[in-house]
Every structure is written in C-alpha cells, then in structure tokens.
Design a protein around this ligand. Structure first.
Ligand code: BG6
Length: 503
C-alpha cells in the first residue's frame, strides 16, 4: 500500500465498456477526483472502447455531459477542458479482431504521439465477465499487451470474477497463459473505501485494540451490507447472479479478512494478501447439512420504502416472473484458527432493506456481574465497536456508564469518531485509490488469483445446495424490512440478535 504521495507514471488508460454504467457513474467521476487532487499524471490520455459507433468528438460531449450529471458538485470548467482534450473513442464489435483491435492500436499510436506519452497502458475491462479472457487475449494478440523497453501493460478486471469456483479457476488459468500475475488487477471496489482501508490502520496502528481482538474477549462479529435500492436496470445480470454471488465472495469476504487477519509483516502487497488468504483458507467449508443450518436466503416482495410502494423483485425489469434468485443472503461462518475458534462471524446482505448501511460490529463478551448483584442494575451493557463503512463513515465504541444519581444505575453510551467531522468532506467513489494504485503498480488492494478462488470455495457448497433445493417460499420478506424471519432465527438459536439500528 502506498504510504507517501507517489507520482503515477505517464500513461494511457483504455476503457472497454466506455459507454456503460460503471464508466459514467464511477470511473470518470473517480478520474475527475484524482485530477482535481493532482494525482493523475500530467501526460495522460483515455481511450474509450465500446460497441456503439461514435466519433471522438461525440464521446467527448458525452463525457462532459456525464460529468455534469454524476459528479456531486458542479465540475470545474478548466478540468472539463483538460479531460476533453485527452479523451478519445473507438467503437466496434469486441469479437472483431480484424477491425476493432487494429483500430485501437492505430488510435493508441496516434494518442501517444499527440500527448508525448511513453508506452505505458492500462486496460480497464468494464465488460461482462464472460468477455474478460477473450478481450484480454485479443489485446495481447494485437501486440498491445507486451511490456518492452521498461514500459508496462496492466489489466484491471471488474467483478464478478467468474460465477463459481470452476469458472474463476478457468478464467485465472486462461489469463495466466497470456499475462503475468503482476499485470492482472482484479478489482473489488470495497477495498477502495476509506473506512475499509482504515480497518488495518485502526487495528494495527493502535496498541489498545489488538490485545482484545480475539476469542478471549470477543463474543461474535456481525457484518451487514444493506442496500435500499432494488436491482435497478441490472435485472438481467442480477437474476443469474443473486445476492450471494454478487456480494459475498468479494466485498463481504474482504471485510471478513481485514477484520480477522493477523498483522502482516509490512504493507507490501503480498504481505497483506498472504494474511487475508490465510483467513479465507481458515473459514470452515460448509457441509450440505451445514448449509441448511448456517445459511438463509430471501427474496423481496412488494413493500414500502420511505412511504413509497416499491415492486416485488419478480416484477422488476428483466427478472423472470417466477424467479428463484435470492436478493438477500445471511451466513454464519466459523474461522478455524486460534484467534477465532468459537467466535461466529454472522454476515448478511440484501437489496430493498430499510436503509443503505454497511457496518462491522465487534461484539465483546459481557463483564462478570459480581459487582452489581446488590444494585438495581439488572443487565450489563455489552461493549461493541462499530465500524461504519457507509454512510456516516466512522467508528463507535459502545459502553456502559453510571447514570448520575445517588444509586448505582447503568446506561449505555457511545463514543463516536466520524470521518466528516475530523477530516472534512472527501468526495470519493471508491475507485480513485484503486485506479491510482494500478498506475503506480501497487496491487495491495487488488485480489490475487488464490484469494478469488478461496472466496469461491467458501460460497460454492452453498450455491450447490441452494441449486439442488430451490427456495419454496419466495418472496419471503417485504421490501423495506430487514430480511426474512429465518435470518433472525439464525442468531436467535445462538442466543444473539442482529443489531439493526446502530446506535
Ligand atoms: C456491486 C454489486 O459490486 O456493489 C451491486 O454488484 C451493489 O449489486 C454494489 O449494489 C454495492 O456497492 P456500494 O459501494 O454501493 O456499497
């Protein structure tokens, strides 16, 4: 992980899927934010590649219009002009190696001369995942993937990286036939979030938390990634993926590994990723019986969010009317190592929950009651640390305090750290850091092949059981609620409960 401000090498960024949703909502806004903070190299250009036929001029107009629509604040006209001067476009069919790739090669040649850029290129594959190997293969075949004369070529692959263990393995194997691992950047935008990166600093940059960060003090961990939105325009993709594939092997397992890992020997990419990988390997794989006991799936029906009626999942655009795809998944995971034995990690994610909120809750064990036997205190406040990933990024410590008065009584209080109050507004999409890291060749916050595969190994047994036993009671939670009853049961059986309202 880069700890000092490095300057990114002058380079060309090539975006496949340049007219898509991700490019306009996340990638261009992230590039804008980087440019604004002077993190982009001054000699830089972007070549957009898409199926749509369009001239560079038309693409420039589109990029400017998208900046205006998707940046949270009105863009600076000088920066817009800067982008306009260095954005290019080439269109065509991604299958067509006779036209698109020679066109792209010619365009890059033109761009590097016009902007005096050395031949450093990085390709962002914001395409459907089934095209990753093919498009990367065609880039390499056209000679645009070869690193020579000290110049680099890097490839960023969006998630999902495969749709199960087998497909992820085969994608890794195919990419490794044509690229070196160090050229491959498997992105997970959760690792670009400040609060996610802060987990490591919080744990390992302070001396007071690590000694209690283990089974001796921690009762359990809860990770929630709740979304208010439904599937929007992504019904086609989502209906074949589902909540488990979409969120767990990637985003949520990243949160689990950062919360649970041992201190790495340094912030070097492989030192951090080795420790994360060890956690992934220590997560107990579920047997079919274990899947029935430790997993819950749900699908939203019609319901109300913010007093507005929203449709059931099955009525969303491009979703099958009798779809059995889950929009909610909850799991109880066990990490088989000395630090975490018998400390369950409960994780859950869902669409159409009452609010958008991602949190990691470290729930500590109760203190012994002894001292309070002869007081009116009936229940001790249990301590927890809440890491607020989003929104209201920050950390809360929850503990008990004496309520003022002549008798001993106890109330629950919070100590809060909020990013906004301390560091001011940081406009970020989560992609800034990751794009910058790719430009400086730092892969710490990207997934390695073994990590992706380990993630899928955890999820695969659940996918198998869920496929063999299709859900019978869908939809099983109304939109605007915290998920199916069975998910509450998952914790109640263990004498615990989800914390829905984080206070
Ligand atoms: C994406 C998923 O990777 O992450 C989406 O495909 C999900 O379904 C999104 O909505 C959540 O990201 P964030 O940053 O809004 O929490």
């Amino acid at each position: 992980m880069s700890d000092t401000k490095k300057t990114a090498d002058p380079c060309v960024m090539v975006i496949f899927g340049a007219t898509g949703d991700l490019t306009k909502r996340k990638l261009f806004p992230a590039l804008y934010n980087l440019a604004k903070e002077d993190f982009l190299p001054h000699t830089f250009a972007i070549v957009g590649v898409g199926r749509q036929e369009m001239t560079t001029d038309e693409f420039r107009k589109l990029v400017v219009a998208n900046f205006k629509e998707f940046l949270p604040h009105p863009p600076d006209p000088k920066l817009l002009k800067w982008f306009e001067e260095r954005v290019y476009y080439t269109g065509g069919d991604f299958d067509d190696d006779k036209k698109l790739f020679p066109d792209l090669k010619a365009m890059i040649a033109e761009v590097i001369v016009a902007h005096q850029i050395p031949e450093n290129y990085f390709y962002y594959l914001a395409t459907p995942p089934d095209l990753f190997a093919d498009v990367a293969g065609k880039i390499v075949k056209s000679g645009l993937g070869k690193e020579e004369n000290g110049n680099w070529r890097r490839f960023i692959f969006e998630k999902p990286f495969g749709h199960d263990l087998e497909s992820a393995k085969s994608l890794n194997a195919n990419l490794l036939k044509i690229l070196k691992e160090r050229q491959i950047y498997r992105i997970d935008h959760y690792l670009g979030k400040e609060t996610v990166q802060n987990i490591l600093v919080f744990r390992f940059g302070n001396s007071i938390f690590e000694p209690i960060w283990n089974r001796n003090y921690i009762d359990h961990v809860q990770i929630t990634v709740a979304e208010k939105l439904g599937v929007e325009q992504r019904g086609g993709y989502y209906d074949s993926a589902g909540a488990l594939r979409d969120m767990i092997p990637n985003h949520i397992l990243q949160l689990v590994t950062l919360t649970a890992m041992e201190p790495p020997v340094s912030f070097e990419a492989d030192a951090v990723r080795d420790e994360q990988a060890k956690i992934l390997h220590a997560i107990q794989l579920l047997t079919p019986e274990g899947v029935l006991k430790c997993s819950v799936r749900g699908q939203y029906g019609e319901g109300k969010i913010d007093d507005e009626v929203v449709p059931a999942y099955r009525s969303e655009e491009k979703v099958a009317p009798f779809s059995n795809t889950e929009t909610y998944a909850a799991l109880k995971l066990s990490i088989d190592n000395w630090r975490w034995a018998d400390v369950p990690f409960y994780i859950r994610t869902g669409k159409r929950m009452p609010e958008k909120r991602s949190t990691i809750i470290i729930q500590f064990k109760q203190a012994p009651f002894i001292l309070f036997r002869d007081t009116p205190v009936e229940k001790l406040t249990t301590n927890r640390i809440v890491i607020h990933i989003q929104p209201d990024e920050g950390i809360t410590l929850h503990f008990g305090a004496k309520i003022p008065g002549p008798i001993v009584n106890m109330g629950a209080v919070d100590m809060d750290f909020n990013y906004l109050d301390h560091f001011g507004e940081q406009v970020s999409t989560g992609y800034e850091r990751l794009l910058f890291d790719c430009m400086i060749g730092d892969a710490t916050l990207f997934q390695r092949a073994d990590m992706v595969e380990a993630g899928w190994s955890i999820v695969d047994p659940i996918l198998d059981v869920w496929k063999a036993l299709p859900a019978r009671a869908f939809p099983n939670y109304p939109a605007g609620t915290w998920g199916p009853k069975d998910a509450d049961q998952l914790l109640e059986t263990d004498g615990r409960a989800w914390k829905n309202i984080v206070d």
